[in-house]
Structures are given as structure tokens and as C-alpha cells.
Ligand binder design. Structure first.
Ligand code: DSN
Length: 417
């Protein structure tokens, strides 16, 4: 891809794209939800499939001319079912938030009680936060982590479930560095007769590589985004048991979406084929090994990590003992070209806007080919910056390390915007 047409017709947009390509190449993407899609995924997203309206589902469309669109959506469904080993998959959701809303619309009635994990202890906005439609339409009761272990206590979740009798329990997290026990969530649901939704958006790649417990077949419904550890287009899918298929499909279209983005569905088909290759298991395993190495290095450098480490692709640094805020720390790292994000930690003395933690992850660096040796170097560099975020010599050293590392691990050499 050389963006030659874009450069000729719209130099303004082309030059911004060129700057972003350079930013991605010359920095370390350590926000755990970010990754680099392959060129094939990027190319599929830029196809003429974008031009077609296709409301409905394959072979049941409201518009004519969908013979090839049906082929692409059928292919994505076939590959998705093989990848996840599921009964039914809907490949149309445009994003994780809308997909979770579709699950609630399909399987709940407004006002129903649901358990979900607190946002400020690692959950997600769409798991019942009051500012989100999920928390406004449904009666969400929130569980969190224990103060002493900073981990989910399954006995506490069971006690809450028995007291509240929810119709559904949502498990899944965006800032929980520990493994989720889907089998235990299933047992809790069975004890009280609730449905189980597993939102595996962050960890899906590790579930597929065997480095995290698989949500299937524990769950009634699974939602995942496709652009994080799965390395596909910015989008989502829902898969479920056959008995929920009709309700989920109707909740996606016409319940919450109109015409599907078939160019993105094509890119999901490409990413599913990539994830079905044996190399993807090696990739998922290396993400976890890299996160463990990074975690060990940061702790050896004296930093406190929430829960004392990681079982997955991410970790949370507690900036409190360093006497800086999460914002000061993540801004100092960003100045050196290391992009993590400020984040709440459990029982945070700060606020969502000025939290005490920094969230870091290894999926994108692993895609670049970095391994344990690089993680040790990155970990030492991060620790040096967080311990002395205003020291010019420390920051200069960190910038040099980032420049050397990124030069050795190029991402899109073929892109020449
Ligand atoms: N924004 C995503 C994340 O960073 O985890 C979740 O939606």
C-alpha cells in the first residue's frame, strides 16, 4: 500500500496518516488493548465491500445485489465457528460496546438484575457503570476485588449472586492482571439459574493459544472485540449456544444496528484465518511470557504491581509509592515514546481522571517480534523513567533505547505514506 491516490487527491489527510505511521513505527505501543493488524487485514478493510448495503443476514437480505456479500459473510461465519469451536456466531457487531448492549437486549428485559465487575477495579463501562446505557436500563450490581489480594474472591461473588439473584452474570475485564476462572463463574450461575456472559475482548488471543482458560463451553454467550489480542479489524463478534442464536441475531439487527460493515466483516474473515494458523498459538504464548518477564523486571526494580504480578497480557503499576500520579507517570513515558495509559487501581485514592496507576501490556510489542530480552530492557527503562520522571539524563537515555529498539523491530515497512 503506497496511498498514491490519497496523496494525489487529499494531501492533508495523507500527511496526517504518514505522521501516524511514523509515530507507530518509532514508539512502543504498550496500551494493552492496542495491536498492529496485518497488511492483509488493513487491505480487506479498504475494499469496495464498504459500498454495499446488506441489512439482514446471508441469504435473507433486504436489498438486492448481495450475492458476493453473502459469500464473504458466510466465509467469516464458517471460519469464526471453526476458530472458537462454537454453535453460533454473529459477525456483524461493529464494536464491543454495541455488542454487549445487543446481548443485554437479546437476553434480558429492562430492569433485570445483572452482576458485573466494577470499572474502577478492572471491569468495563458496559458492564453496568451508571454513566453507560447498561447501568441505566438494567439493574447492575457490581462485584470487585478483595482489598488484601486485589483478586476476585469467588466466594464473595457467590454470596452476592445468592443475595441478588441476577438473571445474568457478566465476567470480563479491561484492567485485571489475573486469570479469570470461567468454570467457577459457570458453577455460580448454575447454582442460582443465571446466564453467563464472558467478555473476553482483552484476553481472546490467550484463550486461543491455551494461555488462559477458554470461556467456551462455560459461557452461554461470549463477546469479544477483534482488534486487541486477536489482531484483526477494529470490531467485535458475539458467539453463543444455539438456543440463544435467534435472540442474539435479532438484537444485533435490527435491534441495535443497521447495515453491516461488510468490508470489516471481510477483514474479520482474514484475521480468523490468521488466528487459525499454528503460529498464532506461539504468538499468544509469547504475549504471556513477555508480560511475565516485564512484570518480574519491574518488581525487581522495586515497583509495586497490583496483585503482585500478572497471569495474562497486562499489568498495573501502582504509582503511589513513587509519589507521582498515573498521569505524571504515563505522560513522562509518552514523552520518551512509551505509550501506556493512566488507570485506576483497586481502591484508588485518586479519581478516574487522576488515577494512581498505569496500565501496560505486551500484545503489540510481541507482534513486533520482541521477546524476553527486549522486555527486560523495556522494563528497566520504564522503571528508570517512573522513578525519575523529570530527570533529563534519564529521559534522554530512555528515548535512545526506544529509538534503537523500534529501529530493530519495524512494523509496516511496506507502508510508504
Ligand atoms: N478501551 C478499551 C481498553 O482500552 O481496554 C476497552 O473498551
Amino acid at each position: 500500500m503506497d496511498y498514491s491516490n490519497l496523496k494525489r487527491s487529499d494531501a492533508d489527510v495523507a500527511s496526517i496518516v504518514a505522521k501516524e505511521i511514523a509515530r507507530q513505527q518509532n514508539s512502543l505501543a504498550m496500551i494493552p488493548s492496542e495491536n498492529y493488524a496485518s497488511l492483509s487485514v488493513l487491505e480487506a478493510m479498504g475494499t469496495v465491500l464498504s459500498n454495499k448495503y446488506a441489512e439482514g443476514y446471508p441469504h435473507k437480505r433486504y436489498y438486492t445485489g448481495n450475492q458476493f456479500i453473502d459469500e464473504i459473510e458466510d466465509l467469516a461465519i464458517k471460519r469464526g465457528k471453526k476458530l472458537f469451536g462454537c454453535d453460533h456466531i454473529n459477525v456483524q457487531p461493529n464494536a464491543g460496546s454495541g455488542a454487549n448492549l445487543a446481548v443485554y437486549l437479546g437476553l434480558l428485559k429492562p430492569g433485570d438484575t445483572v452482576l458485573g465487575m466494577k470499572l474502577d477495579q478492572g471491569g468495563h463501562l458496559t458492564h453496568g457503570h451508571p454513566v453507560n446505557v447498561s447501568g441505566q436500563l438494567y439493574h447492575f450490581v457490581q462485584y470487585g476485588v478483595r482489598k488484601d489480594t486485589e483478586r476476585i474472591d469467588y466466594d464473595e461473588v457467590l454470596a452476592l449472586a445468592k443475595k441478588e439473584k441476577p438473571k445474568m452474570i457478566v465476567t470480563g475485564a479491561t484492567a485485571y492482571p489475573r486469570a479469570l476462572d470461567f468454570a467457577k463463574f459457570r458453577a455460580i450461575c448454575d447454582e442460582i439459574g443465571a446466564l453467563l456472559l464472558c467478555d473476553v475482548s482483552h484476553i481472546v488471543g490467550l484463550c486461543l493459544s491455551g494461555d488462559h482458560q477458554n470461556p467456551w463451553p462455560c459461557a452461554d454467550v461470549v463477546m469479544t472485540t477483534t482488534h486487541k489480542t486477536l489482531r484483526g479489524p477494529r470490531s467485535a463478534v458475539i458467539y453463543c449456544r444455539q438456543r440463544h442464536a435467534k435472540a442474539i441475531d435479532r438484537a444485533v439487527f435490527p435491534g441495535t444496528q443497521g447495515g453491516p460493515m461488510e468490508h470489516i466483516i471481510a477483514a474479520k474473515a482474514v484475521c480468523f484465518a490468521e488466528a487459525l494458523q499454528p503460529e498464532f498459538k506461539t504468538y499468544g504464548h509469547q504475549i504471556a511470557v513477555n508480560a511475565k518477564t516485564l512484570s518480574d523486571t519491574l518488581q525487581a526494580e522495586g515497583l509495586r504491581l497490583v496483585s503482585g504480578g500478572t497471569d495474562n497480557h497486562l499489568l498495573l503499576v501502582d504509582c503511589g509509592p513513587l509519589h507521582i500520579t498515573g498521569r505524571q507517570g504515563s505522560d513522562a513515558l509518552a514523552d520518551c515514546g512509551i505509550y501506556g495509559n493512566r488507570n485506576t487501581i483497586p481502591y484508588d485514592p485518586g479519581s478516574a481522571f487522576e488515577p494512581t496507576g498505569i496500565r501496560l501490556g505486551t500484545p503489540a510489542l510481541t507482534t513486533r517480534g520482541m521477546k524476553e530480552r527486549e522486555m527486560k530492557l523495556v522494563g528497566k527503562t520504564i522503571a528508570s523513567v517512573l522513578k525519575a520522571p523529570t530527570d533529563a539524563a534519564v529521559l534522554a537515555n530512555a528515548k535512545t533505547t526506544v529509538a534503537e529498539l523500534t529501529a530493530h523491530f519495524p512494523i509496516y515497512p511496506e507502508l510508504t505514506a
